[in-house]
Structure formats: structure tokens, C-alpha cells
Design a protein around this ligand. Sequence first.
Ligand SMILES: [Zn+2]
Length: 464
Amino acid sequence: MIGVCYPDKYAVEETFQLLKVPWEWYAGGHQYDVVIARKADVDGYTDNLIDLEGNDCFKKISMLLNTGEPHLHEPVCEMLLDKLRQDLKKYTLLVEIPPVPFGHPYLVALTHDVDVTSVRECRILTAGYAAYQCFRQGNFRAGLRLACARLGIGSDPWVLFLRWKTLESELGVRSTFFFVPKKDDPGVRAHQYRPVRYDIDRDTLNRLTRDGWEVGVHGLDNWADAEAGKRERDTVGNEAAGNRTHWLLFDEKSWSLLEQAGYSYDTTFGYNDDAGFRAGTLQAYRPDGTDNLLELPLHIQDIGLFGKSCWAPAAGGWEKMPCLHLSESGAAGRCNRILDFAGRYGGAVTFLWHYENITPPKDWSGLYKDLVNRAKTDGAWVTTAGNVVAWFRMRRQARISCTHGDGMITISTENIPTGGSLPPLTLRIHVPDNRQVTANTGYLRQKEYIDILLTKKTITVSFP
Ligand SMILES: [Zn+2]
């Protein structure tokens, strides 16, 4: 057994929800395979110890999850967890529920923020600028079509729900659309450019959910006010469990306010001006101070990759921050590196492609399709944000305990759902590759571990 002695309860519990190996709080006089603690806190304990002094992974992980860091290009939490995993393997036969569904290397959550639903609703200036950009790109047809549509002539090139559904159906995936609950309202502490100009169209939302897409709230004030958060959820509809705040506005109280307002998850924690790992992780996690709400961190958004600049709150107002402004191949390189990390560590990559950006002047649909195709070729489970969060919630609720015998290990499981629409969990046993293994269930042999489909109550593995 792994014993842990550390003063910050949240930091330990959340670290072990991400690592998902059996452990218990250290009690003096008990026998442990290994103890994780600061040496001074377990003075009497001299046996197998992972000393946190000078290398406090609990503190680092908790800080990253709850405070985040700008411009982080590596999943530092996953790296710290893997270091801990490798250290633990020196002392004990490690059994874990890794952050991957059985037979999949990682997950992908596809999302779209809906900031506009047609050219006709746009201000003349917005539509005019979009048309001008098309002309500058030499795409006169698209520019003319935009200008005419704004004047009420011809079809509207920014009415795109059907196009998204066709595109994603052809890729064999579904996604989440986040809708702003109120038009012409910038929201609290907001920039004058923040209002949207559409009303929620109930039929559009119903058609999306009927066909397997998910609908969520693209929050205006819910990040700063729980009562407003409830109203915004009611407006978008009861099926809206998740939030991504418009312009990614957020502060340290937002998670708890969103939980009070009844949201089950948030997916705001990411970058407007970069692509990477603001929370240092590829996993959905519980922020400190919440009981049930999970954060699904955002990793890749189209504006961060391709945009020139974005607005960010600053002392006394707003400032323009440069985005990456990459070419398509530059953006592909960044995104593929993030998917490579997911391939190595598991977890979920969250994409945000804005609703209007699959058509001129910002037609970034090519990279979107390429990334989805790559993830599917890798064998990833590519789905809605809500499905990814539900899968992580199922993993968090699962419990395993182990009894070691002579050349044998018995794993008892609790809270493992059977049936249901989510892909099943994996049980991973780190058996060295030179050992012969027999088990009372099928398994996949990898170099340093075996993976077992986690559906049974009791699993026995022998390695004589
Ligand atoms: Zn938005």
C-alpha cells in the first residue's frame, strides 16, 4: 500500500484522482510499500520514502490546476504524475486506472463558440470588414456574397449549422456548441465589443441535440455572478450542463459561482493568445473549493493559432495581446505536438473552432478536418465536451483495491458501471516485460504493463 502524509488534503486527493492508484493517508505504526511525505513530517519512518522536500509534486500540481500559467507548452502536471508513477514503481507493483478509455490512446473534445449566427444580424462595419478581407485575399465571390447578404440579397453565408453538421457527420464525430444567452449585452466588466447580436433560436438548439450534438452556455456574466449564471442556463435550456465564458473571462471565484449556478462543467481555462496547457494538464479535474464541478481545460483555439491579436483585461481597462498569427503549417505543427503529448500521457485535448470560421474570410476548416482525422487515425475517442467530462467523472468515481500474494495480485473494484454509452475504463498493471502473465480476463500486453478491460468485480493476475 502507498501511504501519504501531507497537510493539504485537496492537493493530495486531486493528485490521486489524476494518477488514480490505490493509496491511503499515512498512519504511524502501519506497514507501507512506500510512503510519500516530507521527511520531517514522518520523522519516525525510515523505510521506503519518497521525500517531497525540495520536490513537492502535490504543491506544483495544485498550483497549476488552480492558478495556471501563461504560455505553458508542455503538460507539466502529466509529467510530474509520470515521475511519481516511475518512482512508485520502484517500491510496489503499481495498479492504476489510466486517463484513457480501454483501447484508445487519448480523447478529444470538439467545441464551437457561437458568437454570430448570420451576416444579416451583424453591424454594417463587421460585415463590411469581413467582405474587405475576402477582397484582399482575392476571393471576390465570397466578398460580394457577404456584402450582398448583409443587404438582404441572396443566401446568408454565415448560417452554418447545417454545414457544421455535414462536415462533422462526414468525419464521424459530434461536438459541443456554446451559445450566448443574451444579445446586445456586453456583460459585467466587459469591453464594448463583447455583445453578440443574435437571439437564442430554440429550434436550432433542439435540432442539434436531437441529432447528437451538445449545447452549452457561452456565458456573459455567469463567471462573476451565480444568479446571472442560473438565468443564463435557463435561457439556453436545462440540457446545457457546461459553460465556456465568452472571451474566456474568468477569475479565481468563477468555478465556485458556476457550481452554485448548477453547471456540471466548465471549459474556459485556456489561452486566447496561444495554444497549450494553461492548467498544465490533459485531464478534467476538480478545482479547489468546488464539490462537483469539473474543469475541462481548453488547449487549442483557432483565434489563438491564426489571429493577429485579442483583447485581454488589464489594470484599469483592456489591452491588445498578440496571438500566434501562424500559417496553416505552423499551426498544424503546434497542434500535432499537443496531440503527441496526449498520445504519450493519455487524457483529453480540447479544441475550440469558432462557429463562423469554416467559411471566408477565415476559412480554417482544413486544419480542423486534418486534426480530427489524425486523432481518429491514432484511435482517439473524439466526441463532445460533455461526453469527455462524463467519462472522466465515471473514472473519478471508480475505486480499486489490491491484495498482493505470492506471484499474484487480486484487484477488487467498486463503482464500475457496466453498460451505458461511455467507453469502458482501463485497468493498467505495471508488470515488467520479462514476466509471463496469466489473468482471469483478457488483456493487452504492452512493454511495461498490461491493460485490462475494467468491467469485472474481481480481477486476478498471476506472474509466476
Ligand atoms: Zn465568444
